[in-house]
Design a binder for this molecule. Structure first.
Ligand SMILES: C[S@@+](CC[C@H](N)C(=O)[O-])C[C@H]1O[C@@H](n2cnc3c(N)ncnc32)[C@H](O)[C@@H]1O
Ligand code: SF4
Length: 427
């Protein structure tokens, strides 16, 4: 294996395996069968693929629209899809434990549209949102006090807002359309209300950002005293605005900024949970990030049911996203034209490793053995390489990234992806 290549520390954003780019058209009957037999605890995910403008770095599944009719139509289609899926699953064998609304910018939706979705989920799955882990994402321009009060009333537990920086020039450089003043107002609004978990996203490595401005942004961030902060390295992808402008990031400098940020956040009472996540309280103790089941509605999200992963067609190209949404809006049969991936045991092993090693609790070796009847060190020879370099620490029960290892998570986890499945993580 090659020594660490400094320019590749952040070239892959490791968050899930396999990447959606590996998905291919999947037989409708495979999905029907898995929906019919799935049981136990399940999460629901709803993707709202709309934003009021496109940020320069963003390759998430979202399009720019302010057309209310288009958004209304999408919401109605989600309600239709929920009804459709209801008839495919055996509801009495399922227990919905969470509802996550992501995007895009979910709070672009009007209160009326949010209400339609929440009411549908509650009635179809016989739940009260007040009793489940209910989360939503927002951005500064969409965070009105009226919407926040409404979300509180419906039982929202976690709200996450993208602030990215408290410097106007840094926001402008990445075509972020909100003003610093607007972000402060949105944060004040959120702090008016008592949500269980509040999170702020910040990016390091922005053009013109330096150590001083990043730390000042973090100073401002911690003043709000939110429970969580997500700290992202700026990833520049080819098919984004920044990618097309050939903006380059110095990854070695970014890594330096990362280390300074970790020190700062730890001094301010935040504990590191993963490379990106910092939290004032740890809600679980050594629990595995196992193979949770999740059903996703709309375009842009994905469903994970045991070893079957599937979603609507995927693209990070703006025009293609728009076409995919247009096709979704006309759908009658929601299992038509679905793409997916059937994981075999070797894929499940990699998925387990990636999900657990990226987290401070690490991998429980016995759990791996009980799931796969193999020793993880024999399955993944690369682990020994990283142990020898002090990036992974082994004890009797577990394998965990060291402090330096956590900072290099993207790089380390990527090495476990088979060569023929690397496509997508760096595109
Ligand atoms: C769905 S957005 C959050 C909600 C909302 N859309 C917003 O941007 O305010 C998820 C977060 O991912 C981060 N993110 C997305 N693409 C990124 C990239 N290419 N580089 C670094 N961070 C990125 C941003 O911090 C962003 O806030
Ligand atoms: S970062 Fe957030 S607001 Fe910006 S385009 Fe992406 S999803 Fe939309």
């Amino acid at each position: 294996m090659k020594e660490l290549e400094k320019e590749k520390i952040y070239s892959q954003y490791m968050y899930s395996f396999p990447h959606k780019k590996m998905y291919e058209n999947i037989d409708k009957n495979i999905i029907k069968n898995i929906l019919l037999t799935v049981n136990g605890e399940i999460s629901l995910y709803i993707h709202i693929p709309f934003c009021s403008s496109k940020c320069g770095y963003c390759n998430l599944f979202s399009v720019v629209t302010k057309e209310n009719d288009y958004i209304d139509k999408y919401v109605l289609q989600i309600l239709k899809e929920i009804d459709y899926i209801k008839n495919m699953i055996s509801l009495e064998n399922l227990k919905v434990t969470s509802l996550i609304i992501g995007g895009g910018t979910p709070l672009i939706l009007s209160i009326e549209n949010l209400e339609k979705i929440f009411n549908k989920v509650e009635s179809v799955f016989s739940i009260d949102l007040k009793n489940v882990d209910f989360q939503i994402e927002t951005s500064p321009n969409e965070t009105s006090i009226e919407k926040l009060l409404y979300l509180k009333e419906r039982g929202l537990k976690r709200i996450s807002i993208g602030v990215q920086s408290f410097y106007q020039n840094e926001l402008k450089n990445v075509f972020r359309q909100h003003s610093v003043e607007k972000a402060k107002k949105a944060l004040d609004n959120i702090n008016e209300i008592d949500f269980l978990v509040k999170n702020i996203d910040i990016i390091y490595g922005l053009p013109e950002q330096n150590e001083e401005t990043l730390l000042k942004s973090l100073e401002k961030t911690v003043e709000y005293n939110f429970q969580e902060i997500f700290l992202y390295p700026l990833y520049v992808r080819e098919n984004t605005i920044l990618g097309k402008l050939k903006i380059k990031v110095d990854e070695e400098f970014q890594y330096y900024l990362y280390k300074k940020s970790v020190d700062f956040l730890e001094k301010n009472g935040y504990k590191q949970i993963s490379m990106r996540r910092f939290s004032k309280k740890i809600e679980t103790t050594g629990e595995s990030c196992g193979f949770e089941n999740s059903i996703s509605f709309g375009c842009g999200g994905r469903s994970y049911l045991n070893n079957i992963h599937f979603c609507e067609e995927y693209s990070s190209n703006l025009n293609e996203c728009k076409n995919i949404i247009d096709n979704y809006l006309e759908k009658e049969d929601f299992l038509q034209n679905i793409t997916g991936f059937v994981l075999d045991e070797s894929h499940m092993k990699i998925r387990f490793l990636i999900k657990n090693l990226g987290h401070i609790f690490g991998i429980n070796k016995e759990e791996y053995y009980s799931l796969f009847k193999c020793n993880i060190l024999e399955d993944f020879k690369e682990i020994t390489y990283f142990i020898d370099r002090g990036l992974i620490i082994e004890d009797k029960y577990s394998l965990k990234l060291s402090k330096d290892g956590i900072g290099l998570s993207d790089y380390i986890l990527y090495t476990f992806i088979p060569d023929n499945m690397k496509d997508g993580f760096n595109g």
